[in-house]
Design a protein. Structure first.
Length: 321
């Protein structure tokens, strides 16, 4: 008799995206093994699952081999914000490359389907807009962002070579800017930065002239896309873009958050970081056609939920300090 309850490994499972994925998998009735080295993830993100007999939390760094028995693997482990991935760039590249090799080796041994959480950063500062999966990108291989961008690109190479050479069932998702509760308050990404600064009535730091554009996907929609991709037919290996095609400038985002929070924060401009993309918007035609997926949570609704989360987080931290 075929077992309905799957054993699912989530690397980076105590992080922002990973913790939401663990909760969804658990709610679907699976046994979830959450693996994290707690570089950016926290145990608090998965506290709600701690006492469940169908959830296990393991401290482990995937740059070292892991020996477990699982049916599916979601490989999310890697710091995803410039502040964190540039702090130790060599380790960031190791996490993407050595981590992919170790997780692919595990998947090959146990014949598990494995999903790679790749990124829109593989497109670099794009010359094609919006970005389809067929676009090969424009990435600076020696810049300060390369540890993340090229690490993720190499991981995709490894996934497809394991698929071609060993027949390994793979899925590759290219994740565009995602936001929501459990983002790290100091991760340097624009949504968390702007909300934390606005709630504290501190100057809001816009890097560059603010005309650079981004597309923001709420975390619940993104997790739904990952689950649909994992459950899709074996022939759909990806890469598949997952993100919200609604595009706005960074300056517009700052103004919207100031208005939403009733903040007195002024908007100040800082020098743009090297290799910062000027445009970012996904073409989600493949996800729409093959997964029946499209974002459902609008920006105002998603920002309101995120502001509420950070408001409570900052209030609790001030009470304990």
């Amino acid at each position: 008799m075929k077992r309905q309850r799957k054993r699912v490994l989530v690397t980076g499972g105590a992080g922002f995206l990973g913790s939401h994925l663990c909760e969804r998998l658990h709610a679907l009735g699976h046994d979830v093994l959450c693996v994290d080295n707690f570089y950016t993830g926290t145990k608090e993100n998965v506290l709600a699952l701690r006492d469940s007999p169908h959830f296990e939390l393991m401290r482990h760094d995937i740059t070292f081999p892991l020996y477990v028995e699982v049916d599916e693997i979601f490989n999310l482990a890697c710091p995803a914000s410039p502040v964190h991935y540039q702090f130790d760039p060599v380790q960031t590249t190791k996490t993407s490359v050595h981590g992919a090799i170790n997780m692919l080796g595990l998947a090959k041994r146990v014949r598990a389907t494995i999903l790679q959480a790749s990124t829109s950063e593989v497109y670099g500062d794009p010359e094609v807009h919006p970005q389809p999966e067929s676009y090969w990108g424009r990435v600076n291989p020696v810049g300060p962002r390369a540890c993340y961008d090229e690490g993720k690109r190499c991981a995709e190479t490894l996934f497809f070579d394991y698929h071609r050479q060993h027949g390994l069932p793979i899925k590759v998702a290219r994740i565009f800017n995602t936001y929501g509760p459990r983002m790290h308050p100091n991760d340097g990404r624009v949504v968390s930065n702007f909300i934390v600064q606005a709630l504290g009535n501190a100057p809001i730091s816009v890097y560059g002239d603010g005309t650079q554009t981004r597309s923001f996907c709420y975390v619940d929609d993104l997790i739904d896309g990952l689950l649909r991709l994992m459950a899709s037919e074996p022939a759909l290996t990806g890469p598949v873009n997952l993100g919200n095609p609604a595009e706005l400038s960074v300056r517009e985002l700052a103004e919207r958050i100031v208005a939403m929070t009733g903040s007195r924060s002024p908007i100040v401009h800082q020098p743009a970081p090297p290799d910062d993309p000027t445009q970012r918007r996904p073409d989600i035609g493949l996800a729409s056609k093959h997964l029946g997926w499209a974002p459902r949570v609008g920006l105002d609704e998603g920002l309101a939920r995120t502001v509420e989360y950070f408001d409570k987080l900052l209030a609790n931290s001030s009470l304990t300090n």
